[in-house]
Design a protein around this ligand. Sequence first.
Ligand code: GH3
Ligand code: MG
Ligand code: MG
Ligand code: MG
Ligand code: MG
Length: 307
Amino acid sequence: MKILVVDDSKMIRQLVTECLKEMGHELAYAENGAESLQYIADHDVDLILMDVEMPFLSGFEATKAIRELKKADWFPIIFLTMHDDDKSFVNGILAGGDAYLPKPLNPTRLRLTVIAMERIYVMRQKLQTTQLELQAANSALERLSLRDQLTGLGNRRHFDSNLAMQFALSRRNKSPLSLIICDIDFFKNYNDSLGHPQGDICLIEVAKVMREQLERDSDLVCRYGGEEFVAILPDTPLQDARALAETIRRQVFETNITVGDAEARRVSLSLGVATYVGQYKTEQEMLEAADAALYKAKHNGRNRVEI
Ligand code: GH3
Ligand code: MG
Ligand code: MG
Ligand code: MG
Ligand code: MG
């Protein structure tokens, strides 16, 4: 441990050094409370041995200031003092100290108290590390739970919560919010004739095209389910969203998605677009409008965009 010894008496500093020298700690020194504050502002310490009566700033005052300064960071502070009465003891603990050793110093008690404090300190460090690891694991899980494994796009959950938020924002800011829903045409045939793994590759390719075409940071592309994708386009009017949907349609249709020896297959999409400009009561209504447009695209012959 890095131990800071705070005492105005050189003799005490030497005595403490002598007592602790075989325990393998690294020692640093300050000659009064003010100096100790200065030191811990610039350095990390693991434990402080603190005299009480010192010029400039007493040990109690310094301890209060240190606890205030290092609110998020605890380390033990042990008082070494001539004042061996109950009232001083109480004041020391109230000031933020953790143990209280009378002077003249008993070397064995000093060493044992340092060992006991070190135990608590190490345990606390371990708990803190575990807590940080848990937090990191939690946010990794949170991110995973919003992602579709196959395509790397956001999943249905991500879509639902983002749509609710964007709908509310759009209503509040009176800015147009567009939604594109797309569904791969005759995907069942594609799967049946080329196999599921090839079908999966097709899904990945379509996801890639959508992500490439919708590149604003505010756009969100998600896999809605099986072979259906959705895109949320904030601040995008209907004509722009429709043009983007058309680009996606063309791009996918012009890409011959194939793998290995499998026969190249044209894949087409049907897309529905809806734009909220205040007319829908809920985001659900908006979603239904986009879905109805998609149905229209299917009905009108597929490989097309409808609004
Ligand atoms: P339509 O043009 O009317 O949309 O016809 P379709 O065949 O695409 O529609 P349907 O809903 O009947 O079939 C969708 C197919 O998508 C069924 C299923 O085999 C396939 N599918 C769904 N999820 C996955 C997946 O994760 N991987 C693969 N390879 N196929 C999937
Ligand atoms: Mg003193
Ligand atoms: Mg479908
Ligand atoms: Mg279908
Ligand atoms: Mg389909």
